[in-house]
Design a protein around this ligand. Structure first.
Ligand code: MRU
Length: 344
C-alpha cells in the first residue's frame, strides 16, 4: 500500500476515500490538484500530507513562468501558504513546507526544480526510515500476549509506508507479542474500519473492528494492555492532538489501567506551541456526519458539530515514541530535552 508516488513530472496518490472497495489513483499535475487532494482527504494522515505538500511545491516551481512579476521564491511562498491552509491541524504539513522553503531560500544552484525534488524525496524517505525506527522502539515495550486498541489510521496509508502506531503493531506482531488488535471504526470517515483494518488484513495480522462507542465496554470487559495511536501534533508540554475520539480512549484507558502510547515522528512535535489548548482544531462540514454514502441519516435541518481532532492532555499519556527515542510520561522538560538537547 503505497499512498504517495512521484512519477517523473507528476504526483500519484492512492485515493483513500475509495478504500477498501476500489483501488484507484489520482494524478496531481499542479499545486491546485495537490491542495484539493489534501483538502478532500484523497490523501490523509499527518506525515502523508506533509510529504504530499512537499511534492506540491515541486509542481508549483515547475509551473513558474519567468515573465511573471513575482520571483521564484515569492511564487513558492504563495503556493506554500495555499497548501498550508488545506488542513490546519497536522503540523507535519507546515513542517514539510518550511523545510522546502528553507531549501529554496538557501539555494546556491540555479536548478531549483531538482533541488526541491531532492528535498521532497528526502522528506519522503526519512519519514519511512523514522517509521521503522519507531516500530522497533515501541515494540520493545509490548509484552507477550498483548491486546491492543488502535484508533483511526496511523499506518502505511497515513505515512510514507509502514506507519507510526501501526508500525509498532507490525513489529510487535512480527516479534510474536500481539494476541489481538481492536480497531475503532472512527466516525465519520471510518479510517479505522476502512483503512487500518485493510492494512492489518493485507499483512495477515489480527484485526477486530469495534464501533467507537464500544471502547468503554471493551476495556472494562476484555483484557486490554495498550491503546496505541498516532498524532497530528504534539505540543511542547506533551499534549497530543489526534483524531476525534482519542481523548475519550485515553480517559477510559486511565480508568481501566490500560497503558496509553502515542507514536509520532519529531516532525509532529510543534516547538512553537506550549500546550494543546493553543492549537487550532479543524472542523469539517456537518454533511460528513449527516450523510452516509450520500444518503441522509439525520434530519436535514439538524445541525451537527464536526471537530475532527481532539486534545489529549499529557497527564493521560504513558509513553511518547519518536524516532529519536521514547519518553515516559511526556512533559515540557522531557520534550525540550529530546528536541533541543537542553532543559532550558
Ligand atoms: O483526518 P485524518 O485521517 O487525516 O486523521 C489522521 C489521524 O488522526 C492520524 O492518527 C494522525 O494523522 C497520525 S497518522 C500517522
Amino acid at each position: 500500500m503505497e499512498p504517495i508516488r512521484w512519477n517523473e513530472n507528476e504526483l500519484i496518490l492512492l485515493d483513500q476515500r475509495e478504500l477498501p472497495n476500489k483501488i484507484c489513483y489520482v494524478t496531481c499535475n499542479n499545486v491546485s490538484d495537490v491542495y484539493n487532494a489534501i483538502k478532500k482527504m484523497i490523501v490523509r494522515g499527518a506525515p502523508a500530507i506533509g510529504v504530499t505538500a512537499a511534492y506540491g511545491l515541486v509542481l508549483a516551481i515547475k509551473d513558474y513562468k519567468q515573465d511573471k512579476k513575482e520571483s521564484e521564491l515569492e511564487h513558492l511562498k504563495k503556493a506554500a501558504k495555499m497548501l498550508a491552509s488545506s488542513r490546519p491541524t497536522a503540523i507535519n504539513l507546515k513542517w514539510a513546507l518550511s523545510k522546502m522553503i528553507f531549501k529554496a531560500e538557501n539555494c546556491a544552484s540555479d536548478n531549483l526544480i531538482d533541488l526541491l525534488l531532492n528535498e521532497a524525496i528526502s522528506i519522503h524517505n526519512s519519514d519511512l526510515e523514522g517509521n521503522y525506527k519507531m516500530g522497533g522502539i515501541g515494540a520493545k515495550m509490548i509484552s507477550p500476549n498483548s491486546s491492543v486498541i488502535t484508533h483511526c489510521n496511523a499506518g502505511a496509508l497515513a505515512t510514507s509506508g509502514y506507519g507510526t502506531a501501526l508500525g509498532v503493531l507490525r513489529k510487535a506482531s512480527q516479534d510474536g507479542n500481539i494476541e489481538k488488535i481492536y480497531v475503532t471504526e472512527t466516525r465519520p470517515w471510518l479510517q479505522g474500519s476502512r483503512l487500518t483494518a485493510s492494512e492489518l488484513i493485507y499483512d495477515k495480522l489480527s484485526v477486530t473492528i469495534v464501533v467507537d462507542s464500544a471502547a468503554g465496554y471493551l476495556m472494562s470487559s476484555e483484557h486490554i494492555d495498550w491503546v496505541i495511536v498516532g498524532a497530528d501534533r504534539v505540543t511542547m508540554n506533551g499534549d497530543v492532538i489526534n483524531k476525534i475520539g482519542t481523548y475519550n480512549l485515553a480517559i477510559i484507558a486511565k480508568k481501566h489501567s490500560v497503558k496509553f502510547m502515542v507514536v509520532a515522528p519529531t516532525s509532529t512535535i510543534d516547538l512553537a506551541m506550549e500546550s494543546g489548548s493553543d492549537v487550532s482544531i479543524e472542523h469539517r462540514d456537518e454533511e460528513e456526519i449527516k450523510y452516509f454514502n450520500n444518503q441522509l441519516i439525520a434530519p436535514k435541518n439538524a445541525s451537527a458539530f464536526n471537530p475532527v481532532f481532539d486534545v489529549t492532555p499529557n497527564s493521560l499519556i504513558d509513553v511518547l515514541v519518536t524516532e529519536k527515542g521514547a519518553i515516559l510520561r511526556p512533559n515540557d522538560q522531557k520534550i525540550r530535552h529530546l528536541m533541543l538537547g537542553s532543559n532550558i
